[in-house]
Design a protein around this ligand. Structure first.
Ligand SMILES: Cc1cc2nc3c(=O)[nH]c(=O)nc-3n(C[C@H](O)[C@H](O)[C@H](O)COP(=O)(O)O)c2cc1C
Length: 216
């Protein structure tokens, strides 16, 4: 059933869909966010010519950002040291992957109420003043435009409503930081209640997979 508030992902006949999928669960094959994100990617890439680039941030962790990166990224390339060039090159690769995508799927496990540190490391690399956002006197201006994002948020508890909603530092944070770099077309798929016993966990997973069929 089509939902009026859901923007279609379909491209025109001559346009291909390029999907970038970020996986970030520390739970390996047991991950529900990965399972749901994979189901979504399968549907989004059904069209001929569609492409999928997967970055498993938990399997291949990015370094934490460091002085070489935070100083080097603000310097002209010819002024960078070898360590700064290397650190900035990694961030540039990640930004280029984001820029090349029409659709971004973020499989996000709730870890201590927030994104996993592996996903946070990706964010720390791609939020880059002068490259993905501009500080201006009127406030920050995001430079990443025209993306559709699906956040698949898996959690032990329930945060979409109810008494724990205010403790959700995952979905609101992802919306805020994506908005900061210019991305505002964000659809959230919740896979909740994974710590509430097998029945509720299965219901939470089924609801998420049903939502995949609705949005894509
Ligand atoms: C280290 C750790 C911390 C967690 N912290 C929270 C939490 O703060 N709130 C919550 O609702 N669930 C929490 N969980 C449960 C996970 O969010 C849940 O297992 C979810 O399914 C993880 O996503 P995944 O299935 O993609 O791995 C935590 C799980 C782990 C392993």
């Amino acid at each position: 059933m089509a939902r009026p508030d859901v923007q279609p992902v379909c491209r025109g006949p001559d346009q291909m869909t390029h999907v970038l999928m970020l996986l970030s669960s520390p739970r390996g094959k047991a991950s529900l966010s990965t399972r749901v994100a994979n189901a979504l990617a399968d549907r989004l890439t059904l069209r001929p010519g569609a492409t999928l680039k997967v970055r498993d941030l938990a399997a291949e962790t990015l370094p934490h950002i460091n002085p070489a990166y935070v100083v080097g990224r603000m310097l002209a390339p010819e002024k960078r040291t070898a360590a700064q060039l290397e650190a900035v090159a990694l961030a540039e690769t990640l930004v280029a992957e984001l820029e090349a995508a029409d659709v971004l799927i973020i499989a996000a496990s709730m870890i201590n109420f927030a994104p996993s540190s592996t996903l946070k490391a990706w964010i720390d690399h791609i939020v880059w003043p002068g490259r993905t956002m501009l500080p201006t006197p009127e406030g920050p201006r995001g430079l990443i435009k025209g993306k559709k994002v699906f956040v698949v948020a898996a959690s032990g508890g329930i945060y979409s409503s109810g008494p724990m909603a205010a403790n959700d530092m995952l979905v609101p944070y992802l919306k805020q930081i994506l908005g900061f770099i210019g991305i505002t077309d964000i659809e959230t798929i919740r896979a909740e209640a994974q710590s509430f016993g097998p029945d509720k966990a299965a219901q939470g997973a089924a609801a998420a997979l049903e939502q995949v069929a609705v949005v894509a």
